[in-house]
Design a binder for this molecule. Sequence first.
Ligand code: NAP
Ligand code: GDD
Length: 372
Amino acid sequence: MPKTAFITGVTGQDGAYLAEFLLKKGYIVHGLKRRSSSLNTDRIDHLYLDPHAKNPNFVLHYGDLTDSTNLIRIIQEIQPDEIYNLAAMSHVKVSFDTPEYTANADGIGTLRILEAIRLLGLSQKTRFYQASTSELYGLVQEVPQTERTPFYPRSPYAAAKLYGYWITVNYREAYNIFASNGILFNHESPIRGETFVTRKITRAVSKIALGMQDTLFLGNLSAKRDWGHAKDFVKAMYLILQHDTPDDFVIATGKTTEVREFVRMAFREAGAEIEFKGQGVEEIGIIASSTGEFAEKLRVGSTVVRIDPRYFRPTEVDLLIGNPQKAKDLLGWEPKYDLAMIVKDMMESDLKLMTKDKYLKDGGFNVHNYFE
Ligand code: NAP
Ligand code: GDD
């Protein structure tokens, strides 16, 4: 019998990669999708089958993490072997604007699923994965961060995820549910949400290189993140649920890089070297040299990066760097992508997207098989 997985957040970056990954492993995959007035399934359209097809292996259900009755009904119907709880209001800056909703969806939403597993008598059948985050470390108490590093959340998002983390541990200990946390550090890809900093940068650099935009406005350029590729990270989620015992794992690359350096790397992919000058909100990024296909638009001396304080956060997480040794030792997990490969992957994709007629007309993007 093929295994059945239920993925919340299936329309997001990780949900899309994970769905494709599990389908390739022969799973039947059910996904939770929110109703929206415009289509929100771009990332998974290539996986979707006509609902009238016989025995489809990929099925979408309308629902929301803030609605327990709907979660209970869907989980009862599916009787999943594995649940991956990836749904969340996942933007740290936006969580300062919507703190109560973020707590409801990201914190209590986790509890709702765990309670559904318990109430439906699935405690011994269903394995549960919680999308925990390196944001839990916030004002870091130790460098690098491990599974034993104390948490110090610095945003409503991180505080909500802190609840999600501990309620997962509690249901494991109280009810013997196979419930595990993946403490994932930042992971990116060509289908990363457009307002996270890496994708904002690769999209803007592509547009600047093509003469469609003049300036990229950013917030804190000095923040450091441990950036991996989402493809590597969804494999870790799967491995966490295949382990003999439920446990919590840091998933990271072990290297950290400044936002400023990510900007340099992205422009380099388009053929330009950026020099940063000035301090604080007056800091600017100027094109120091350029060669190749886009040199005409990437004019030497032009200012292409500026600071906009609106992107600063009331409390910032300055430095994240994880130690994934436990995942390497116990799960045999090893990332394939380094940051240079990630930037290349994202820049190649965004340069292509920006030149596509379809993209220019309606903002759609190309659909591909992620693991091919
Ligand atoms: P994402 O692209 O923002 O996707 C989030 C998903 O959650 C989307 O499918 C979204 O639906 C859905 N969602 C949001 N609120 C919901 C609600 N109330 N009910 C049901 N679905 C809801 O995030 P991601 O980057 O794939 O991350 C996946 C998970 O890992 C998130 O929980 C995130 O917090 C966590 N995480 C991410 C990273 C990272 O670097 N990417 C690192 C650590 C942890 P719509 O498409 O309708 O918006
Ligand atoms: N989004 C954004 N936009 N961030 C900026 C900008 C900007 O214009 N300028 C500088 N930054 C800085 C942020 O202040 C932060 O320090 C860093 O870039 C990364 O920001 P994001 O890409 O928004 O990601 P994040 O680290 O806050 O959160 C992501 O990673 C977490 C794991 O550590 C999200 O995916 C979270 O859901 C995830 O838990």
